[in-house]
Design a protein around this ligand. Sequence first.
Ligand code: GDP
Ligand code: MG
Length: 153
Amino acid sequence: LASERFGNAWMYLTLCFRALCCKGPPPPRPEYDVVCIGLTGAGKTSLLSRLCSEGSEGIVPTTGFSIKAVPFPNAILNVKELGGADNIKKYWSRYYQGSQGVVFVLDSASSDEDLEAARNELHSALQHPQLCTLPFLILANHQDKPAARTPTR
Ligand SMILES: Nc1nc2c(ncn2[C@@H]2O[C@H](COP(=O)(O)OP(=O)(O)O)[C@@H](O)[C@H]2O)c(=O)[nH]1
Ligand SMILES: [Mg+2]
């Protein structure tokens, strides 16, 4: 009886070991390089922090640029956020090389003047030879504010 029990336990352990170890590692998720642009305060860092399930406390204006790996179930996006300050915007295009997608974030509750500035930046990004053929997402952020424009306005 004891040896029968031992045999059953051994078989069970073998099955568990096979189930755990013979599956092999999960297939690697493809990675894509994405550039995230928009004026300062549009909400680029907040968006990326939210997508990475991080808190939004302590977000400070991005000087220069930062890179975040944003995990999705079927892919990982390596998103490069380019700071939106005037002295950094002029260097955006230097960081476009190798991008496979673009996210443009805008503050839809900002002043007409700032919205116009965002429109100009958006248009030059859309026309840039390294970006014009890429998938392009425009995120009209700050939709919770009463002054937010709708897509048609
Ligand atoms: N009310 C509101 N505030 C936001 C939204 N997105 C970002 N913010 C705030 O706007 C400020 C600038 O955000 P940040 O992510 O640093 O903008 P960035 O300069 O584009 O990276 C922060 O205080 C955020 O908490 C939004 O959709 N609604
Ligand atoms: Mg930022």
